[in-house]
Write a protein that binds this ligand. Structure first.
Ligand SMILES: NC(=O)c1ccc[n+]([C@@H]2O[C@H](COP(=O)([O-])OP(=O)(O)OC[C@H]3O[C@@H](n4cnc5c(N)ncnc54)[C@H](OP(=O)(O)O)[C@@H]3O)[C@@H](O)[C@H]2O)c1
Length: 278
């Protein structure tokens, strides 16, 4: 059984990866309580002593709006932390997968494939792109980059994804403003986990996109959530991209992200993914 060291295993995506794949791989969790990845010495020492074949690096500062006002810690975790973990893995000559985001693109010229040029807009996105450059599979041939987009899953108490934000607001009969002139690509986290299983078994130092089967506006996505969960869609009000993000970190406006390379894992469209959550 392949041994996978994993950072960020307590998070939204990492915890589901372990939940779904624990019979297929042996996971060695690198918990923040054992190792703060911003501490280079501690990280090197911990990674030196554990045994693994591949390290899956998910840990990150993931609050996109929060990152704008917490630049130092965002930089420390997403950039220095990634370098600390990657360098320790290089020392051991093991495989490395870096989890990145569709936010490395600016959303002006969709669709975005693995070879599209990144141009991050927000501080969070800049740090994720810095991480990509540190592990750069094209220059050093040691790492894989896997970009994800708008992940959602069934249950996860510690952190709400965007689907659960919409669902909870509608259940509480709260009105919601949702953007009409923008595109997102929602991705069912179970598909990400199964896609990663393939990539962990077939490692190669390249960039892959593991993203949902279709793209739509957040407004349409909100209405689909209401429809599938039988909630009142009249609470969802249209708003423009410009109005909605006026005082928030900028997001790529048209994040229609796709893959040229994913011939191994079928990715659910949003409606199918939501039905699987029922
Ligand atoms: N969620 C999204 O919308 C999204 C979209 C695209 C890509 N991604 C990428 O996917 C990855 C996972 O995202 P997620 O949403 O699952 O994350 P998350 O739920 O916010 O969890 C973050 C994880 O990182 C760990 N962590 C944070 N700071 C750390 C530190 N200093 N040392 C060690 N561990 C630390 C956390 O540990 P604690 O539990 O101890 O705090 C937690 O396990 C991230 O790299 C993110 O950039 C996320």
């Amino acid at each position: 059984m392949k041994k996978i060291a994993i950072t960020g295993s307590t998070g939204l995506i990492g915890s589901r990866i372990i939940g779904l794949l624990k019979n297929e791989f042996r996971f060695i969790e690198i918990l923040q309580t054992d190792t703060d990845i911003t501490n280079r010495k501690q990280t090197a020492a911990f990674i030196k002593k554990i045994e693994f074949d591949l390290l899956l690096h998910l840990a990150g500062f993931t609050d996109v709006d929060g990152a704008e006002n917490n630049r130092e810690i965002t930089q420390k975790i997403n950039v220095d932390g990634t370098k600390n973990v990657f360098d320790a893995v290089l020392e051991k000559h093991k495989q490395f997968i870096y989890i990145s985001t569709d936010f490395v693109f600016d959303g002006q010229k969709p669709p975005y494939f693995e070879d599209s040029p990144p141009h991050p807009l927000s501080f969070y996105a800049q740090t994720k792109y810095e991480g990509e450059k540190i592990v750069n599979p094209l220059s050093n041939g040691k790492a894989m980059i896997v970009r994800l987009s708008y992940p959602y899953r069934k249950d996860f108490a510690p952190k709400r994804d965007f689907v659960r934000n919409i669902k909870t607001a509608l259940e509480q009969k709260k009105p919601l403003q949702m953007v009409t002139d923008s595109l997102i690509t929602p991705t069912f986290i179970d598909d990400i986990a199964h896609g990663l299983a393939h990539l962990m078994n077939n490692f190669s130092p390249e960039i892959f996109h593991l993203v949902g089967g279709d793209s739509m506006s957040p407004f349409e996505a909100g209405r689909l959530v209401a429809k599938i969960f039988n909630l009142d869609d009249s609470l969802i009000r249209p708003v423009t991209y410009r109005q909605y993000y006026e005082n928030k970190a900028p997001r790529p406006q048209f994040s229609d992200i796709r893959s040229k390379k994913n011939h191994f894992q079928p990715m659910n469209g949003f409606q199918e993914g939501l039905k699987k959550m029922l």
